[in-house]
Write a protein that binds this ligand. Sequence first.
Ligand code: NAD
Ligand code: WQD
Length: 337
Amino acid sequence: MNILVTGGAGYIGSHTCIELLNAGYDIVVVDNLDNSNIKAIDTIKRLTGKDFPFYQYDMLEADKMEEIFANNKIDGVIHFAGLKAVGESTQIPLRYYHNNITGTLILMQLMEKYDVNNIVFSSSATVYGMPKTVPITEDFPLSTTNPYGSTKLMIEGIMTDASKANPKLSVTLLRYFNPIGAHKSGDLGEDPKGIPNNLLPYVAQVAVGKLEKVHVYGSDYPTVDGTGVRDYIHVVDLALGHLRALEHCSDKEGVHIYNLGTGNGYSVLQIVDAFSKACGKELPYVIDPRRPGDIAECYADAAKAKNELGWVATRGIAEMCEDTWRWQSKHPNGFDD
Ligand code: NAD
Ligand code: WQD
């Protein structure tokens, strides 16, 4: 089976490419490297010992995207490509809508033209907005709090409408919780540009000495220790969830929706503690005010993916931090080292 991976040079896409190749899939990757590095592609090839076509194209360029479909027999698509920074999306919303929505429309029109009938999409727990309770099941009400999240919810709707109109189409919407961790080699991991927005890359850069201390956003939430609780999931577990989704859903028409999380929540201070153990030193932190828009707790009910896909996340928080630390300490400046 030949899978087109959009955004395959990015953090989650690159780890998924490795698992796809190791499982015997063929892949074709497209990424404009807007938020990634060509070295990720070289590393995928080196770690797997396998070659594949890579197109440094922008998904917004329909002619170039068509070249990929015309020159490769594509059996299915995993669609990671998109802009993903919540804060930035409030500053340049039109770019987010154009990139994420138009890119998806071009992709899906080409799928229709070339009779490619299955797609797995990177959605997000952000589509649950401000959930009233936890754990979150797939049938919770959907809403969004920022343009990035709105692009995810709109794309879910676009894909659902497309599947109603095309009975052959299989759509799988995977709602990720908080992906962290890195490949065991320590040579592939998250490489954010500039100062990280997300907790784990920030903590990792404090550990390696690039940032001074962790800023904990709020300690007065109704949680175990007052700090925000999230469902952190190892990126390799997440990658494997895509393989299970492809195996299970690709020949089943309609829309299939799964949370990909562990079902466990950890607080910010528990993460700082786990990372301190992984890197062997106490990490300095300071308590700051809450970050606007944050919720107290967010974690998955992961039962549906377990029952229907036979998928569970097996890597715990210690392993997530150890693997992040191996990547960060081996490559303090990410792929530029
Ligand atoms: P990432 O930025 O590392 O990867 C996305 C990739 O898409 C990048 O390599 C980028 O260069 C590429 N891209 C963006 N726009 C493109 C375009 N127009 N044409 C071609 N390539 C383009 O992000 P990630 O963390 O690997 O996330 C992958 C997907 O998962 C995204 O859709 C993201 O919204 C979603 N997601 C991520 C998280 C998370 O916390 N990392 C959580 C939930 C969902
Ligand atoms: C985690 C916790 C913060 C940074 C975001 C997106 C979501 C999804 C995953 C894509 C929170 C706290 C953070 C810091 C801190 N992405 N924190 N200091 O906000 O759960 O989710 O990424 O779909 O849509 O919103 O992740 O890593 O930013 O925050 O105290 O420097 O860490 O308040 O409690 P979040 P995060």
